[in-house]
Design a protein around this ligand. Sequence first.
Ligand SMILES: [Fe+2]
Ligand SMILES: [Fe+2]
Length: 138
Amino acid sequence: MQWEDEYSVGVAELDDQHKGIIDLFTVINAAIDSREGWSDVFFKLEKLREHARFHFAVEVSLMRMHGYSKLAEHVEQHKHFLDKLDQLQMTTLSRQVTMNTIEYLGNWYSEHMKTQDREFVRYIIDHGKVNLTHPPAA
Ligand SMILES: [Fe+2]
Ligand SMILES: [Fe+2]
């Protein structure tokens, strides 16, 4: 997976977190592709979970702070991702993990960034009391 400009939500910190998650997808894809041991794939997925949880917590805090109307829906989406990640991690234990399963998660994530994440950031920028964008460099 590679970062593409269309993934940008317009807030540097969130884009950086998204880039970090994409990098982890790349590492996991390579691990599955080169048939690394199941425990290595398992731990790489665990790292993805940690990063995703941290990132989701940041997003949800921003949504709460700004009274985002689609908060519950967005939280459900994040839960779906973590549930699928759980299932995928279980398959590593039975050595049945395939490119298809990780591809599903990668595609899901790309779509989420381009639609739901962009939508909530737009809302926060339009309605927020906090300016998330950086002032131009002097
Ligand atoms: Fe996100
Ligand atoms: Fe999100």
